[in-house]
Design a protein around this ligand. Sequence first.
Ligand code: FAD
Ligand code: NAP
Length: 549
Amino acid sequence: MTTGSPHTPGPDESVTDLDVVVVGAGFGGIYMLHHLQQLGFSARVLEMGDGVGGTWYWNRYPGARCDVPSLEYSYGFSKELQLEWEWTEIMPAQEEIEQYLNHVVDRFDLRGDIQLGTRVTAATYDEGRARWLVETDSGERFSASFCVMATGCLSAPTVPEVPGRDSFQGRILQTSMWPREGVDLSGLRVGLIGTGSTGVQATPEIARDAAHLYVFQRTATYSFPAYRGMIDPELQATFKANPDDFRRQQRETFAGVAGFGGALGPAAPPTRRILDTPVEERMAVLDQEGFWAARTWADVLVDLEANEAGSELFREMVRRTVHDPEVAEALSPRGYPIGCKRLVFGVDYFEAFNRDNVTLVDLHKGAIESITPTGIQTGQGHYDLDVIVFATGFDAMTGALNRIDICGRGGRLLREEWSGGGRALFGLQSHGFPNMFLITGPGSPSVLANMVVGIEHHVEWIGDCLIYLRDHGCHTIEPTLEAQDAWVAHVNEVSEGTMYTAPTCNSWYVGANIPGKPRVFMPYAGGLPAYIERADASASAGYEGFTIG
Ligand code: FAD
Ligand code: NAP
């Protein structure tokens, strides 16, 4: 184990003293700050972006949009906020969510305690003083009793190393760092690398603007139809009549989506099983209802054989949509189950490949070799481009934390403690890092559920914990190694037999998208209710599994 270098600031060094430093100003950091203020703690949020919103500040690529309904993907902590904010679209676009989060910041007068343009580079625990020293890229220092890492699960972008990148004479863009002022792609030849959720959303939008779009695909995607449309005012009124009841229902559902009694989807999960349905009838269902994975078939996401039958039906759907049979075949996913990667939802994705100005570059026929001054060189030829767009994803769940030099008790470095995968009790705290809390850390449902519901639960759990410490005259809290190990074992156990851990599944959930990252399934797959019950039971039992001092 490498030892970090704990640093106690000298008397001449200026340090801002706080009760709590919060890192990140997305859904997590914004609510954390408000909650801490309500509880009487002094706190400051440090955010590297120049605006608030986190995911919804950074990801402003064409087509960026949420795939959880806005009424579900929003805060439940304030009744007034819920009553006064009017959502327009069922699935909100980036802009509307960013506006909403800015409204929350202003409505609760939080802006003064959010420091933008400030990247946290290091956080060091001073065991003697039981304080965290947090350092930033501008050399500022903050000393705090507690540190809350609201740094996000999908906030550390990753771009593959492609030789020659610096030689490109056109423009290189990254979807998760899309310029705030927008980009005019009209008349340009654009190369888009990546066909995950981001690439699927961006493809039809870029195709509409660009002279020509080349989509560089390494793995074909199961992309399901996304809802679009404006919210029915009556539905919004029904929600506003009783938001508390609705928010309670969210926490009682597996994925944190209450569902509006079927108004935005099927009222009840399907009972129809694909394996019990003759092939002709499957086709009839495809004709009548389209293909919605678990919303159409009960067994597709739970049984590998059913999943393969579902995949075949999916490929039939692609063949029916895409006119050129060769392109349809290349766009048809094979070799991994539906649902092993995060489900992708899109509109007009497959249809985009029927356009004259869209070309699929199937990288199985020749991989990307280099970026040249004029485009991309692949094993199947050179593509002349004006713009290259990377939609290549994130170092998920642990990436943002591992990019900070986090040095805990006894000089432990978090990234080294986590070299075999992220470990944290309930995804909230990691052994060896007292008084540091993680919002949606590894081992919590996080990315497997409506994230706002998970975030709100974490913020409130942390708030309750700080009150408990204050009321009991205590100063430190840290998980025991035994409790943490037992939780990590439970997280692994729960994921066994799911599509997420199928042997053929290479997803960011298991770190497979990052060369050298340990292959460990990171989120908790047992659902929100089971998770909340356990985390809350520990708190009710005086923080069982944690050492308090
Ligand atoms: P983030 O919003 O990621 O905010 C973290 C913040 O921390 C960022 O602003 C970042 O700049 C900052 N930060 C990180 N490191 C540092 C540092 N060292 N110093 C200073 N600041 C730092 N979830 C859903 O549930 N449903 C969806 O439909 C959905 N759609 C998504 C679409 C996209 C394009 C992406 C990328 C993610 C989506 N997610 C979705 C997940 C989304 O990230 C969460 O729902 C939620 O926004 C996370 O909020 P957060 O506050 O935890 O993290
Ligand atoms: P992603 O799902 O990780 O997809 C990255 C894509 O880039 C994949 O197609 C990947 O191919 C490709 N890629 C990576 N390296 C490559 C290389 N060297 N050459 C060619 N292709 C390469 O990332 P994402 O699309 O940004 O989505 C990440 C997550 O953000 C989602 O899973 C979701 O949770 C969230 N998100 C949600 C929405 C939404 O609709 N709500 C929208 C966007 C993002 P391989 O598959 O072969 O690795």
